[in-house]
Ligand binder design. Sequence first.
Ligand code: SAM
Ligand code: SF4
Length: 501
Amino acid sequence: MGKSFDIGLERLTGAGAWPGSETERRIEAGRFDTDAGRETFYLETFGCQMNEHDSEKVAGVLLARGYKQVETPEAAKVILYNTCSIREKAAQKVFSRLGELRPSEGEPSAAKSREVDARLNARKVVNAGGGKIIGVLGCVAQQEGEEIFERAPWVSLVCGSASYRKLPQLIAELEAGNRRVTGLDTDTDETFETEITRRDNPFRAYLTIIEGCDKACSYCVVPFTRGPERSRASASILQEVRQLADMGYTEIQLLGQTVNSYADSSARKMRFSDLLVATAEISGIRRVRFTTSHPRDFGKDIVEAIEAYPAICEHVHLPVQSGSAAVLRAMARTYTRDEYLEKVAWMKSAKRAISITTDIIVGFPGESDADFQETLSLMDSVQYDGAFCFKYSPRPNTPSLAMNDIISEDEKSRRLAILLEHQREIQRSRNEKLVGQVAEVLVDGKSKRANQWSGHTSSNRVMNFSSHAENILGDYVQVKVTGATPNSLIGEAVTGPVASP
Ligand code: SAM
Ligand code: SF4
């Protein structure tokens, strides 16, 4: 580290950087003295937590080059969209954003013809209306590649998520006047680590430990868009966690599409569970989270680590996708319903109450009503604390595109509504059982209403609670649960000593 950086003061302040706090100290420490002469960038992110964190790294690359982040595309010289193509709707959103940036007639737009293109190539700086540089990053970039230039000729940078290592070089090429640059390799064996990462969340630091995916679920674009699995060396991860702890972070979230498939790329060969323990043992770290776990690689050693180390959060996100053995086979998920339930049983019999959440897809090709009922019955057995539920979306390059027995959109919507209602009732009942208990909350929000705060429990539940304390943002507070809704708990801060459970 060591370079100055700008971590988006306005946004962080809004998110709760309070005067005199460690967060404010971090912001002040990283602020540029002057904005004069600095180029500006706007970065919008679509998709999952991995994408959000990639954007933090992309922003870090630009900030380290002296750019300043702005809040609107209008105010920016460089406009970047970090895209998601996991479902069709997400991919469409990006093209609609690009459409909004189409230069009007007469403005210097890109590539009306190859000849114009060639002339532009020889010229310094660039492109769409007002000389802006427009870039598409992430999964859509990887998937659509240079076609994006055809569809939106005012774009000048296309860089897929597997090629982010090249991003600083690509940006340097654009600055040098190159007209169009691409990073579309998927054969990289390196991970995307930056000298500096701009962190948006002042309370929880995200850290990618494994990139890409070697599984081949028949519906999923990730192996195409993010490339093969590459794990970081454990020593480098732990070194970064130490730095984060020194910066004042107490909560770390380890990230990967299949985080528990982590395979230490160094001679140390740490198992994923050992890495969790080593992270939890770092001085100053009070919470370690991880997502997303793949059921096939989910071993008992992970449950044992959670049992033994209170700093490892009592929450596992373990996507099941379907409760039907036949659909799981067609999805090529590599585990059966029974194997999945066995892993759930390990967690249910653990010494700590581990909260379990999941992802579910409805309407996969060939999913019969009986298959769907199997998913509902699995939800009854597991009693999930949360579930992200999706309608199956056919994606390019994926094997499920060629499958027969397509489920209609209406039927997918019908099943999704049933699933959501079913899960809502499970969550309501599970949360109501917590009334009367005391939970530790990391306070990460303050309501406009007086004395009202919010935060997350170790189980990752949202707690809205009352406290008369002056300023507790960033603190760990004991809160007694006084009420429950399907999506959150209501409580009041405990002022006296807390009885041990
Ligand atoms: N690697 C994680 C796993 O194996 O569970 C999932 C990562 S993926 C980015 C997040 C979720 O998107 C998946 O768990 C799945 O439920 C959903 N998803 C992926 N492809 C999909 C598709 N074609 N249609 C609908 N949902 C999809
Ligand atoms: Fe996609 Fe399957 Fe890899 Fe998850 S494990 S990212 S669903 S291919």
